[in-house]
Ligand binder design. Structure first.
Ligand code: SAH
Ligand code: SF4
Ligand code: F3S
Length: 446
């Protein structure tokens, strides 16, 4: 069995959503506070860690391949500790040790702190920690990007979307107190952070569980965080369309730091499918929300999530999704093929759609999503947009890359350091990226 006095180097692989990226930054922060250092490869690590996702079957398969790779390393070096955290671990719990006996420690998203306990305990037996107990957001943080920070405002989800494994893997919703969050953001800004993304499964139900007479709302939180001196940009993900109210939209208009981007997951354009998904809004209500948002914020960047091939989705129902996508004209969309998840109601529904039909629908949806996003993006041409610089462009190292307030990736010619906020004149636009030239002080633009 693994010894915990092995070289104190860890290697962490992260799968899944922004919440997992956040949790991984906290895992790393915690490990480094215990004296562990990041290893460049798994072979060099005494502790091989995975932060897992289980949202779709593909996510599981991807992780299992990596886990076998770690097993091969452990066969060569039996002192290696293998740790598995996150949503997949939570969804299988102790079963992980039956299926994969070489795993030393497993923990769910609610007990990341127990990893420290395990590493300090000289434990000789494998251990699993799966209670929903603590906020990962309270652990030390090692940020991937110096100028950007994730802030976990709540954990868990009280919705019961029939396709979704997250309520099982993340538990019931619990919010962190407002004062604590404002204090955290203040500390981050003092360390040089200029952009913060607030994270929760359903951010706009924030505060409902806090016992302060119901005055703590998501828009109230936005207001307080916006008040932190020196914070330049405030983002959040994800809101649920059912809870997207006027006060949050007004907050976008009024508060300087709140960025001009809303991610509003549609999932499906058919009211019948939305009902079976248990989304609690129908097509008309979703469209009314979009209209309300655009009446206050005409230029807002609007993105979404869409699932194709949900059980019972007919060709006609799929066409309704196509219609909504065409009508709304999203600035971007994450599109997913429905994947049956263990212990979800949708997995048990009759009329599962066959794989080829799902793939075929996805192939028809994608070009429409891209065409509408590209059409929308043309509005930026000729405009000066504000860009937070992230570093060199991925396609051309001589150019720079950053993100606009509307959450568009911008590749541009210019001279700037990562973390700087600059103005860029946009000259070309595709569905994914904008392209332009930095506006330099004293140099007239032609
Ligand atoms: N809490 C967030 C994010 C949930 S997971 C929200 O509700 O918006 C991110 C996305 O994955 C979802 O919005 C959904 O589009 C997709 N997803 C979730 N479960 C899925 C499944 N079983 N099959 C395919 N896509 C799924
Ligand atoms: Fe899953 Fe629905 Fe909760 Fe999002 S709101 S995490 S899709 S159950
Ligand atoms: Fe995120 Fe995947 Fe869990 S999407 S919440 S890491 S199941």
């Amino acid at each position: 069995m693994a010894s915990v006095t092995a070289p104190k180097r860890y290697h962490l692989t992260t799968f899944g959503c922004q919440m997992n990226q956040h949790d991984s930054e906290r895992m790393e922060g915690m490990l480094e506070s215990l004296g562990w250092q990041r290893a460049e490869s798994r072979e060099e690590a005494g502790l091989i860690l995975f932060n897992t996702c289980s949202i779709r079957e593909k996510a599981d398969q991807k992780f299992i391949t990596h886990l076998h790779d770690a097993h091969a390393i452990k066969r060569r070096d039996p002192d290696t500790i293998i740790g598995v955290g996150g949503c997949w671990a939570q969804s299988v719990k102790e079963e992980v040790f039956v299926q994969f006996p070489f795993v030393d420690v497993a923990f769910g998203p609610g007990q990341v702190d127990r990893l420290a306990e395990f590493l300090n305990s000289d434990s000789l037996t494998a251990q699993g920690f799966f209670e929903f107990e603590s906020f990962t957001g309270r652990l030390p943080q090692k940020r991937e990007r110096e100028h950007h920070a994730w802030v976990q405002i709540s954990v868990g989800c009280n919705c019961r979307c029939s396709y979704c494994i997250v309520p099982m893997t993340r538990g019931i919703e619990a919010s962190r107190p407002l004062d604590e969050l404002v204090e955290e953001v203040r500390g981050l800004v003092a360390k040089g952070v200029s952009e913060v993304t607030l994270l929760g499964q359903n951010v706009n139900s924030y505060g409902r569980d806090l016992k302060d007479g119901g005055i703590t709302t998501f828009s109230g939180l936005l207001r307080e965080v916006d008040g932190v001196e020196g914070l330049k940009r405030l983002r959040y993900t994800s809101p649920h369309p059912k809870d997207m109210r006027e006060d949050v939209v007004e907050a976008h208009r009024e508060l300087k730091s709140v960025c001009e981007h809303i991610h509003l997951p549609l999932q499906a354009g058919s009211s019948k499918v939305l009902k079976a998904m248990r989304r609690t809004y129908d097509r008309e209500r979703y469209l009314a929300r979009v209209e309300m948002i655009r009446s206050v914020l005409p230029d807002i960047g609007l993105t979404t999530d869409i699932i194709v091939g949900f059980p019972g989705e007919t060709e006609e129902n799929f066409q309704e999704t196509m219609e909504v996508v065409d009508q709304v004209g999203f600035d971007g969309a994450f599109t997913f093929i429905y994947s049956a998840r263990r212990e979800t109601d949708a997995a048990e529904m009759p009329d599962q759609v066959d794989h080829q039909t799902k793939v075929d629908r996805m192939q028809r949806l994608l070009p429409l999503v891209q065409r509408r996003a590209s059409e929308r993006a043309q509005r930026f041409i000729g405009r000066e947009v504000e860009v937070l610089v992230e570093g060199a462009s991925r396609t051309d190292a001589a150019r720079l890359r950053g993100r606009s307030r509307e959450s568009k990736v911008v590749n541009f010619d210019g001279v700037a350091e990562a973390g700087q906020i600059v103005k860029v004149t946009i000259e070309a636009a595709t569905s994914q990226t904008l392209d332009g030239t930095q506006v330099l002080a004293g140099v007239p633009t032609v």
